[in-house]
Ligand binder design. Structure first.
Ligand code: HEM
Ligand SMILES: *[C@@H]1O[C@H](CO)[C@@H](O)[C@H](O)[C@H]1NC(C)=O
Length: 644
């Protein structure tokens, strides 16, 4: 018995000893042929075993002499893109390969390469293997490619129109007022510091995406249900679990998303067993059961409404998909010639509704969360933003009266848009976009930087480094003053004013990409940057990716964030909390200079906290990392009115 085990183990080791070096040798040979700089790594960074145990190995690797690992170890650490900034690229160039025994990955932060790769969808498709686990509730737009993706994209993109963006604008205003009311209550209490910034922005984004995806009107604790809601839909927005459920729809969504990795990776039977005695699997299991049941009921309710011909006129992606299928069936029964070409199945409808939650919840919440923190870190920018709100929307107006059509583009081209863009530049929720070379054929890729063309081997992985492309000093001018030693020094800082530079970097006669997929796949078609604002070089600002597979929800996300910022900062300022250094009485007795010095400590700490963000699905503050703030009515600031 023992000898059998030993034999198997020895065979395993022997197999590794032969196959790993031979895989590595052949991959190195392949990489050499590409002709770009490369590093060699002992295993792929996508290796699950490595991801789970890397801390252990890194500890030992670092005990070895530095020359053995200093060139490549960074690549095997999660978040090197966000954490290391330009350093690896300074050494290796803007495009380099990482070669492991099983995989070659092309990494690039070159704007032109990013532009070409995102445009040539058929040559460089989305690497859907990274997303297939997100099919747990059904196949969908995010997880597919080719003809199937095209079908999902066409079916869902119809809802992403300007009429629905206007509905979302109104709902975002209403929901932000709910969040602000909660913060005002905190500000007026005995413990005025807000420690729930992350939780509250997540709730806000959930309420809005619930509206976008399902037409549901969520309420904040203590807020009454809106009266103009279809009775059939009321239970979904309810604050207490409706009959037949153990949790509210909002809680089930929140917990499903929170435990998404567990739900995706752990088999149902194991979760059910662990749920008997462990808290997290129990929450995940219960949330999943509730969510699945809600979806089944929702499908039935929407189908019934479609048959009656009743529907609300807000945005309601899932309702629209159900209606689409019903109308198709009716048309098909009238004439045999009609095919059901545009209708998704129930599973696909549920799958797409879920993917809107995944794609649109945490991304938007984090961006808003980080924007609030950065505006607290940068008082001058906060004041400029408030001045723009006063100018565009009025300081005393009722946000419920704000008009989408006449305001949104002005808001986008103001400090509101600049603050949002600057956060998306510095802390994009999606730090890396995965593509690959189509397995059908090798592909030529021309690099404008060197004027050389390289042959990309079929099937090679590609990682577009969004976060470092957006901080690359070769393609971004400095916001203030001159570059030092040919390098911009302020690209790691939050300076929304950089979006006001008039000397655009973009080439006005931007080259067409050969082999680009230029078909219309729906989604918002407006210009990427307002004519009078700074226009980054194409491919150097890609928080929503670019090309046919770019974010379908871009306009919705922008509308939502702009509305939230405008509602909040119209009446209030946000200041970093200083409780850790001084109590309120002490602050009250301080001179302006003492306050500036005190605030400096809070700014330094907050900036360090932001630097500690990590990406699991999206870039976010994880664990205990958090920034606390105070909400103060404008005119009653203690710090942001006097700090530069
Ligand atoms: C700040 C907020 C957001 C950011 C930064 C963002 C970013 C992105 C990025 C980078 C992609 C491409 C991913 C890839 O190719 O791997 C993407 C795709 C997508 N996003 Fe967003 N997103 C945001 C908000 C939203 C919202 C609010 C929705 C829905 C209402 C949404 C729906 C989608 C969908 C459906 C796709 C897949 C499109 C396709 O593959 O055809 N996103 N998003
Ligand atoms: C922010 O970026 C969007 C495109 O993503 C653009 O339309 C808008 O004009 C930009 N705003 C500013 C102030 O530059």
């Amino acid at each position: 018995m023992v000898s059998a085990v030993l034999l198997v183990a020895a065979a395993g080791v022997a197999y590794m000893a032969v196959s790993v070096p031979s895989g590595l040798r052949s991959n190195i040979a392949k990489a050499r042929k590409v002709g770009l700089p490369y590093i060699v790594i002992p295993c792929s960074s996508q290796n699950i075993l490595w991801q789970l145990t890397h801390k252990f190995w890194v500890f030992f690797i670092r005990l070895l002499p530095k020359p053995l690992w200093e060139d490549w170890l960074f690549y095997l650490l999660p978040d090197w893109g966000y954490a290391d900034g330009q350093e690896p690229w300074d050494r290796l160039g803007d495009t380099f390969l990482a070669v492991s025994p099983g995989l070659i990955t092309l990494n690039t932060q070159s704007p032109n390469a990013i532009h070409q790769i995102t445009s040539r969808r058929e040559h460089f498709p989305k690497a859907t293997k990274h997303y297939s686990i997100l099919e747990i509730y059904g196949r969908n737009i995010l997880t597919t490619e080719g003809a199937i993706w095209r079908f999902h994209r066409k079916a869902t993109s119809a809802s992403f129109n300007e009429k629905n963006a206007a509905h979302t604008f109104a709902e975002a205003i209403h929901q932000t007022q709910g969040m602000v009311a909660k913060w005002v209550a905190t500000a007026q209490s005995d413990t005025p510091t807000i420690t729930t910034l992350e939780k509250d922005t997540m709730a806000l984004a959930l309420h809005i995406i619930g509206y976008v995806g399902f037409g549901i009107r969520f309420t904040w604790p203590g807020e009454p249900l809106p009266t103009d809601v279809d009775p059939r839909m009321r239970k979904y927005g309810s604050n207490t679990p409706p009959a037949g459920h153990t949790m509210t729809f909002a809680t089930s969504v929140e917990l499903v998303l929170h435990h998404i990795l567990m739900l995706l990776l752990m088999p149902q039977w194991l979760m059910r067993a662990l749920a008997l005695f462990m808290k997290a699997p129990r929450a995940a299991y219960e949330a999943n059961n509730n969510y699945v049941q809600y979806m089944a009921e929702f499908l039935a309710d929407k189908a019934a409404a479609a048959k009656e011909g009743t529907h609300s006129d807000g945005m309601d992606l899932m309702g629209q998909l159900v209606r689409g299928r019903y109308e198709n069936e009716r048309a098909a029964s009238k004439s045999d010639s009609h095919t059901k070409e545009n209708a998704l199945t129930d599973d696909e409808i549920v799958g797409n509704a879920f993917i809107m939650l995944v794609a649109g919840h945490e991304t938007t919440a984090n961006s808003l969360h980080f924007t609030l923190i950065e505006l607290a870190n940068n008082p001058a920018s906060q004041r400029a933003l408030q001045a723009d709100i006063d100018r565009l929307l009025g300081r005393d107006t009722d946000p419920a009266t704000w008009n989408y059509e006449s305001s949104i583009n002005l808001m986008l081209a103001s400090m509101l848009g600049a603050a949002m863009n600057e956060t998306l530049r510095l802390m994009p929720p999606v730090v890396m976009v995965p593509k690959w070379v189509s397995p059908q054929a090798d592909q030529q890729l021309a690099f404008t930087e060197t004027g050389q063309t390289h042959l990309m081997p079929a099937g090679m992985d590609i990682a577009l480094s969004v976060v470092t492309a957006q901080r690359n000093p070769k393609h971004w001018p400095p916001a203030k003053g001159e570059a030092v030693n040919g390098r911009t020094t302020d690209l790691d800082s939050f300076i929304p004013q950089r979006w006001y530079r008039t000397d655009s970097s973009a080439d006005p006669k931007e080259a067409e990409v050969d082999g680009a997929d230029t078909e219309d796949y729906g989604g918002f078609k407006g210009p990427d940057t307002s004519a009078q604002m700074f226009r980054p070089v194409r491919g150097s600002f890609v928080p929503f990716s670019d090309g046919p597979r770019s974010c379908l929800g871009r306009r919705i996300a922008q509308v939502e964030m702009l509305a939230a910022l405008a509602v909040l900062f119209q009446r209030y300022s946000v200041e970093l909390a200083v409780d850790e250094w001084a109590d309120d009485k002490t602050v009250a007795g301080m001179s302006d200079n003492e306050r500036r010095e005190l605030y400096g400590k809070a700014q330094a700490k907050s900036r360090a906290t932001l630097r500690s963000a990590t990406a699991m699905l999206t870039l976010k503050l994880h664990g205990a990392a958090a920034v606390s703030v105070r909400l103060v009515p404008r005119g009653q600031e203690r710090f942001v009115s006097i700090v530069a």
